[in-house]
Design a protein around this ligand. Structure first.
Ligand code: 5AD
Ligand code: SF4
Length: 470
């Protein structure tokens, strides 16, 4: 990876006081990709001399990394910006400047409009330009109102410093973005507009970042992408690899115990990736595979390009490869045109599959997306009622899945303290939280645990002393 250090003349030197380094506070909303992006923006600003601030009041630069996927996203941003403005004014009264940058998908979607409504914002930057942040900060400091929401010709990953450290759970679990953007254009979704066309990082860059993450302590890596399983990267030998091959290569890294990936599209689930679920023990038996609806009419209206039967066939194939695979999904109720019969089809698909967990949402019209302009919008109360019914079923399935784990011995990667004093906490292979009274020295290790009790959302158990995890 080529790393261009920021030009010295553009480095944002201390803003208010010459001695102390300037400080950065990042507020992150939305998906894991935003968590990853925030960490990388912090990395790039660390190279430019910025230390971390725990609160906006202590920060010379606040970045609000936003999400546009559902529900009044822009209003939420403006109310947060209202709060930040008060902090900015308080700091100004004390002779300290606080710059505000708005990043992420709302920044991409609103662009100049955002600054017009909130003139106290210094920088508006889209998800593809954050490698240029030090330069933007220097320009803003000189009085420019910076708006960078174009998709630049260069690849930001070529200009970012190496990821500093794994992002979550005491450094033991890490996110690694391998793919960005989406070409699928589901009727309801803003992602193809805010994140742009589908791109994959080269295999060598992904492997190098994974090696660094493992060297700095990561035991689990979650590969990220809006359509992560559409990833196809150029390999060092010039061949093109798919996700299955990438997973097999990652599994060879000494010290890396667990691999996960999210979010997948059913249409990109190829046979090689399915067989990786059979062949690669480090690939965890948990898959988030959004279906959105169980009604063919609605799947067609959503432009998903698969039917309910296609999804069920795919689930069968996956379970044939890995019989204990736990499935998760996303559902939308109340998409334009959804009838009671369509909703019943979605409930039937859920009963058919049996999900270990899932996310479900009431359809929210996103300006500029095809579904937003359609007639046949579903009455809001009908959407609420359907969502409640669907979530009750999903909750029951999650509780049943956890209950079925009682008596089993599962490997748990302990990543930190548990919920109660004296407890340690971690995750099962199926991503269930597990908390138990245990030695803090086990944090960072994967240990067999016999599950003795399960609640709908977490489990507890006893550590098997005789067996060690492979
Ligand atoms: N309304 C409701 N839910 C949505 N999602 C995406 N766009 C919308 C929308 N306009 C959901 C989908 C997607 C998840 C990340 O968010 O289920 O998979
Ligand atoms: Fe959005 Fe569909 Fe692309 Fe997923 S596949 S990011 S839902 S357009």
């Amino acid at each position: 990876m080529t790393i261009s250090p920021p030009r010295a003349s553009l480095l944002p030197l201390p803003l208010d006081h010459e001695a102390a380094p300037p400080r950065l506070h990042v507020i992150t909303w939305g998906c894991q990709m935003n968590v990853y992006d925030s960490a990388r923006m912090a990395d790039v600003m660390a190279v430019a001399g910025f230390a971390r601030a725990d609160a906006p009041a202590d920060a010379d630069l606040v970045i609000l990394n936003t999400c546009h996927i559902r529900d009044r996203a822009a209003e939420k941003v403006f109310s947060e910006l209202g709060r930040l403005r008060l902090v900015q004014q308080a700091r100004a009264a004390a002779g300290q400047r606080m710059m505000i940058a708005v990043a992420g998908c709302v920044a991409q979607a609103e662009g100049a409009e955002l600054r017009a409504r909130a003139p106290w914002v210094d920088i508006v930057l889209g998800p593809q330009t954050y490698h240029r942040l030090p330069d933007m900060v220097a320009r803003a400091r000189a009085g420019e109102h910076v708006i960078e929401t174009d998709f630049p010709p260069e690849d930001k990953f070529d200009f970012l410093p190496e990821a500093a450290a794994p992002q979550t759970a005491g450094g033991l679990t890490a996110f690694l973005t391998i793919q960005e953007g989406c070409d699928k254009f589901c009727s309801f979704c803003v992602v193809p507009y805010t994140r742009g066309a589908e791109t994959s990082r080269p295999a060598a860059a992904v492997l190098a970042e994974a090696r660094r993450l493992v060297a700095s302590g990561a035991r689990e890596i979650t590969l990220l992408g809006q359509n992560v399983n559409a990833w196809h990267g150029t390999a060092p030998d010039g061949a093109t690899w798919g996700m299955g091959r990438l997973v097999r290569e990652l599994a060879e890294l000494p010290g890396l115990k667990r691999i996960r990936y999210t979010t997948s599209h059913p249409r990109d689930m190829d046979d090689d990736l399915i067989s990786a679920h059979r062949d690669v023990p480090a690939l965890m038996p948990f898959l988030h595979l959004p279906v959105q609806s169980g009604a063919d009419r609605i799947l067609a209206a959503m432009n998903r390009k698969h039917t309910a039967a296609d999804y069920l066939r795919l689930v069968d194939k996956l379970r044939a490869a890995r019989p204990d695979l736990a499935l998760s999904s996303d559902f939308i109720v109340g998409h334009p045109g959804e009838t009671d019969a369509d909703f019943a089809d979605t409930m039937a698909l859920i009963r058919d599959v049996g999900f270990a967990q899932a996310f479900s949402f009431k359809y929210s019209a996103r300006p500029g997306t095809p579904a937003a302009g359609r007639g046949e919008q579903v009455d809001s109360d009908v959407g609420d009622a359907r969502l409640q019914e669907l979530q009750a079923l999903l909750r029951d399935q999650q509780a049943a899945f956890n209950r079925a784990c009682q008596g089993l011995t599962l490997n748990v990667l302990f990543t930190g303290p548990g919920r109660q004093p004296g407890q340690i906490g971690g995750r099962s292979p199926y991503l269930q939280p597990v908390h138990l009274v245990g030695d803090a020295g086990l944090i960072g290790t994967e240990v067999p645990v016999t599950i003795t009790a399960a609640s709908p959302t977490s489990m507890t158990g006893t550590i098997e002393k005789e067996r060690a995890c492979a």
